[in-house]
Design a protein around this ligand. Structure first.
Ligand SMILES: [Zn+2]
Length: 152
């Protein structure tokens, strides 16, 4: 991993770029969660998180909207573009950011699977599906509105 990738693994934000954050250290306790709340919150089959202490997450632009997804946890997200950003147990001193919102998500690999009881039955088979390249959709000349994977 190069220095640029290490640096990018510490920053992230929402799709529309109106909220950005910086982590003061690399996320620990990285995990995926298959629970139904994570499925609903993401619209996908699971979510992936990496955690830091509350005081190690700095919002460098804007701030997320907060939804109390249960009596013990809340989730931060973008009300404008819908990007899920954080998960926090209410009485804890840690906060997790979504790995996909990091500028270098490949640098933070999950170490544990939560919510295994709700894991969708087809999930393990998707790595065997035919791969299709959609990189062209993210080229500037096709008009992506997604914020770039670096500070601006
Ligand atoms: Zn979950």
């Amino acid at each position: 991993m190069g220095a640029g990738e290490v640096q990018a693994s510490l920053t992230g934000g929402r799709q529309c770029g109106s909220v950005r954050y910086r982590l003061m250290r690399g996320p620990a306790d990285a995990s995926v969660c298959y629970c139904r709340v994570c499925q609903k919150a993401s619209g996908g089959p699971f979510m992936a998180f990496g955690g830091v202490r509350l005081d190690e997450l700095v919002w460098t632009r804007g701030a997320p909207n907060i939804f109390a997804s249960s009596t013990f946890a809340e989730r931060g997200f973008c009300a404008d573009c819908g990007t899920p950003l954080t998960y926090r147990v209410l009485d804890g001193d840690r906060i997790s950011v979504t790995i996909g919102s990091l500028d270098a998500p490949a640098a933070v690999a999950p170490k544990v699977q939560w919510g295994a009881e709700s894991k969708l039955s087809w999930l393990d088979s998707i790595s065997g599906l035919p791969p299709r390249d959609i990189k062209a959709f993210f080229e500037p000349d096709v008009g992506s509105h997604q914020h770039t994977d670096h500070e601006t």
